[in-house]
Design a binder for this molecule. Structure first.
Ligand SMILES: [Zn+2]
Length: 314
């Protein structure tokens, strides 16, 4: 038996944001400034809402507690996470305490977080990746409207993450026919959008990617990427090389097209400061990504991948 979890209702495509009906007396949670959130709320056409815009980027459990203590007594009808991962994560965690449904509206794309049961929060100053069924959205609204004005580099990093998640998810041993269908279609949409300059399709592809990999896992590419994250390299950018080399190693069906898409996006070569052997030791501890890799991975394999990245032998 297989289980796949996705939000109950998904609104997407042109004008999804404005055409969706929002419940009255909902509590909108965001990190955005009043200027920006005001613009978004107008576009949504939402009325009779409460607003909490004090969520800090990379939020902690304290943000959740603060939200609950300020608004629980005001009995909001629903929680709406409007923003990037930070706003959505706080809403994912807090909604159970309010006993109301949650609506997630991503204003960035790439991670597919609006589709997944993942939640990242800091506890005692340390980021923790949590995964519980209760974190799933009751409704997600995905609209490319928010891409307007996003710097090209940020868009490139985000679409790279979505491509990596889709293709690594397709290859994951934790996948099934349905997740593979979602992951494959996600990559088809994203590949077409990259190669034929249709960035407005990135959020939809990213959403499909989230539905797919969020119900299985990512694999070797993501495992390799964290040693670069530790050196401050943006997640999406590191995957441009890490996932390419992982696909080569795994003989993935996506290798050629993934590489081609990355070349079109024009990513620079990736540098690694750490010693390759020491970095490989770190990668080898990442069982969560290595165990579901389609083929077993040894430390020698990881060292070879890291060397290939360093020498651009992708
Ligand atoms: Zn990722």
């Amino acid at each position: 038996m297989y289980t796949v979890r996705i939000p109950k209702v998904i609104k997407f495509g042109e004008n999804a944001l404005g055409e969706t009906e929002y419940p009255k007396n909902a509590l909108v949670v965001t990190t955005a400034s009043p200027n920006l959130s005001g613009k978004w709320l107008d576009k949504m056409g939402i009325q009779d809402y409460m607003l909490y815009d004090k969520v800090t980027p990379e939020p902690s459990i304290d943000d959740v507690t603060a939200l609950i203590s300020e608004f629980k007594s005001k009995n909001p009808s629903a929680l709406i996470g409007l923003g990037g991962g930070s706003s959505m994560d706080v809403v994912k965690y807090a909604s159970q305490d309010f006993g109301v449904e949650k609506i997630l509206i991503p204003t960035t794309f790439g991670t597919g977080a609006e589709m997944t049961t993942y939640c990242v929060l800091k506890f005692d100053g340390k980021k923790k990746l949590l995964r519980e069924d209760r974190f799933l959205a009751d409704m997600a609204v995905v609209d490319s409207y928010f891409m307007d004005g996003t710097p090209q580099q940020v868009l490139n990093n985000s679409v790279c993450d979505a491509c990596a998640q889709a293709t690594e998810g397709y290859d994951s041993k934790l996948g099934n026919d349905l997740t593979r269908t979602l992951c494959k279609q996600a990559f088809e949409i994203l590949y077409d959008a990259i190669m034929n300059d249709k960035p407005e399709n990135y959020p939809y592809g990213s959403m499909l990617s989230g539905m797919g990999f969020g119900n299985c896992s990512t694999t070797l590419g993501h495992a390799l990427s964290y040693v670069f994250s530790n050196e401050g390299v943006p997640h999406g950018y590191s995957l441009s090389s890490c996932t390419t080399v992982a696909h080569k190693h795994n003989k993935s069906i996506f290798y050629d097209r993934f590489k081609e898409a990355m070349a079109k996006l024009g990513f620079d070569k990736l540098e690694l400061k750490a010693d390759v052997s020491e970095a490989a030791d770190v990668v080898m501890t990442d069982k969560g990504h290595l165990d579901p890799n389609p083929i077993p991975i040894s430390k020698e394999d990881v060292m070879k991948c890291l060397e290939d990245i360093k020498t651009s032998n992708l």
